[in-house]
Design a protein around this ligand. Structure first.
Ligand code: PLP
Length: 341
């Protein structure tokens, strides 16, 4: 198959229109059979539930070209499951998990010419999402929905090399104790935009959010989970029911235990103890792990020994192992890699 003429290395993280997307509509209590379409636009009522009461949730995953030239996705079944959880929390119909995984494969196949070649560092990012599509003016769930998956090629995350991030301990909250922080809802992002723009204006890369109730425990950033490495090389990650369960983070915890022979634990982590950690990283599909060099808590600086120029030792091992698994250089645990082409 002929690849598109794209400068893969210099792609950013932005929307590039590809040839096909998957669409399925929910009406009269059932999903239709679904289809691929070349139409990248959606025409719906100005009063649709998504516009009035933000009834929308989404997912994010990638397709990769492996070392031996196959096209694969990484644990799409977990995205399907998480989207089902998001839908239930937002009173939206669940798009069946097996159909989700099939639809992902269909979109990747149809856009195979946009899947960046092995070694370019670029990937095909997939964005499944669902919206309430019929008019809703009284506050209630929509009765009609659209599920859609589009694809867009994205460039290598660490383009100019790895640059550890500087974080700010946020005064804003991301998620309430019994709120929607554990589901991938657009609304969680809408209300985080002011906090991230403020952090950027002040010269920080990201916000570290604390638990909304006590402001003493570490939660996550706007779009990535934390992992920390203790001085005796134990991998720890915050436990809270208002954190979004990152698939990358859950996979890294398995990699730490099963591949690197490290202890790995999910537990409550206080802001107070962060200064004692050796390494800190942010995990998510986009970067796998971005190292954090410094966290500023109202003028008080926490500087990790790994510094501001490279990944910490364990962070690097976790990164290399997981990306090795995704790119087919390292044997994956059973069921992690779904071969598409
Ligand atoms: C999507 C997301 C993540 C990362 O999850 P992955 O499955 O690893 O991509 C982390 N935090 C938030 C708030 C997110 O929305």
């Amino acid at each position: 198959m002929e690849k598109k003429n794209i400068d893969w290395q210099n792609l950013g993280f932005g929307y590039v229109k590809t040839d096909y997307r998957y669409v399925s509509d929910f009406k009269d209590g059932a999903w239709d059979e679904g289809r691929l379409t070349e139409d990248a636009t959606i025409a719906i009522s100005e009063c649709a539930g998504v516009f009035q009461y933000a009834q929308t949730c989404f997912e994010g995953l990638k397709a990769y070209t492996t070392e031996d030239g196959k096209i694969v996705t990484f644990r799409p079944d977990l995205n399907a499951q998480r989207m089902a959880d998001s839908a239930r929390r937002l009173e939206m119909p669940v798009f069946p998990e097996d159909r989700f995984v099939e639809a992902v494969a269909e979109v990747v196949k149809a856009n195979a010419a946009y899947v960046p070649p092995y070694g370019s560092g670029a990937t095909l990012y997939l964005r499944p999402f669902m919206i309430g599509s019929n008019p809703v003016i009284g506050v209630k769930p929509a009765t009609e929905y659209q599920f859609r998956i589009f694809a867009t090629p994205v460039g290598p995350y660490f383009k100019g090399g790895v640059k550890p991030l500087t974080l700010k301990v946020a005064d804003f909250d991301r998620a309430a104790p019994n709120g929607t922080g554990n589901v991938k809802a657009g609304l969680n992002y809408a209300m985080s935009l002011h906090a991230i723009v403020t952090a950027h204006d002040e010269g920080y890369d990201e916000n570290m959010y604390l638990d909304a109730k006590t402001h003493t425990k570490v939660e996550e950033t706007g779009g990535a989970n934390f992992i920390f490495v203790t001085k005796d090389k134990k991998v720890v990650t915050p436990k809270s029911n208002s954190i979004l369960p990152s698939i990358t983070r859950r996979s890294l915890m398995v990699v730490a235990k099963e591949y690197l022979g490290l202890e790995a634990e999910e537990r409550e982590i206080t802001l107070e103890e962060v200064k004692d950690f050796a390494e800190c990283g942010l995990c998510g599909t986009a970067a796998v792990i971005s190292p954090v060099g410094k966290i500023v808590d109202h003028g008080k600086e926490i500087c990790f020994p790994s510094g501001m120029s490279e990944m910490g030792e364990i962070t690097k091992k976790l990164y290399d192992t997981l990306t090795g698994i995704q790119m087919g250089r390292i044997e994956a645990p059973k069921g992690w890699i779904k071969e598409i082409l």
